[in-house]
Write a protein that binds this ligand. Structure first.
Ligand SMILES: *[C@@H]1O[C@H](CO)[C@@H](O)[C@H](O)[C@H]1NC(C)=O
Length: 247
């Protein structure tokens, strides 16, 4: 009996190690909701890359969901908040809405929304948290199991609390700020959007607005031509993307 139990345990150990090995061969992105409210993550692949998890789902507070990512995938993830959908998945979100559907199916989020951008490569993966489309929720990207720099990227300050009046998106009852527009989105000027004669890194310098974003979130990309060191790299990492990881 004891011998049988021992071999059963050995078998269990073996299968758990084996499944572990097969797991590391594909990249995973685990989405973790640390907000006190539900988040509906949206996932938009870059052109030509596959749609994952139909592009969106609901993630209750304190829950995590792991996505298996095919090699060389690239795309962006964001969090939608204040959503309501009917049984068929039609509805809308207060921030980050993607065409009024629970399933974003390749469609991006309506700004303002904080973006986690990830590009998987053969040699290196690239990732950053971007405020170029504005801010709605705190997002951080923490790599694990990878080799190389694999630094942390993210914006964990609550930028909604520091958002300048002209950039604020307020709740329906006007009592709170639910999102903070980028200056480009709010004013649509070449100076803020780095377009026209401001269309080069030399000509498009930080502005008073992008400086507010950068001061609150130094490890995030604050405007179109922000310092490229805001882009982190890691080799064969897995990634933890956390919503509302406030510090
Ligand atoms: C909403 O609140 C802001 C900040 O208190 C105020 O400036 C603005 O006038 C308010 N808007 C409305 C429509 O009440």
């Amino acid at each position: 009996m004891a011998a049988m139990l021992r071999s059963l345990l050995a078998l269990l150990l073996f299968t758990s190690i084996f499944s572990h090995i097969s797991e590391v061969s594909s990249t995973t992105i685990t989405l973790h909701n640390k907000c006190t409210h539900p988040v509906w993550p949206g996932i938009q692949p870059s052109a030509g890359k596959p749609i994952l998890a139909r592009g969106g789902f609901k993630l209750p507070p304190n829950k995590a969901y792991t996505l298996h990512i095919p090699p060389l995938w690239s795309g962006r993830l964001w969090g939608r908040h204040g959503c309501s959908f009917d049984a068929s998945g039609r509805g809308r979100c207060a921030t980050g809405d993607c065409g009024g559907s629970l399933y974003c199916n390749g469609i991006g989020g309506t700004p303002p929304a904080t973006l986690a951008e990830i590009t998987l490569g053969n040699e290196q993966d690239f990732y950053d948290v971007s405020l170029v489309d504005g801010y709605n929720l705190a997002i951080s990207i923490t790599p694990f199991k990878g080799s190389g720099k694999c630094s942390y990227a993210g914006c964990v300050s609550d930028l909604n609390l520091m958002c300048p009046l002209g950039l604020q998106v307020r709740s329906k009852d006007n009592r709170s700020v639910v999102a903070c527009k980028s200056a480009c989105f709010a004013f649509n000027s070449p100076r803020y959007c780095c377009t026209g004669r401001f269309g080069t890194p030399q000509a498009c310098k930080p502005t008073a607005y992008s400086r507010i974003f950068k001061a609150a979130c130094p490890k995030a990309y604050s405007y179109a031509y922000d310092d490229p060191t805001s882009i982190a790299t890691c080799t064969r990492g897995n990634y933890l993307v956390t919503f509302c990881h406030h510090r």
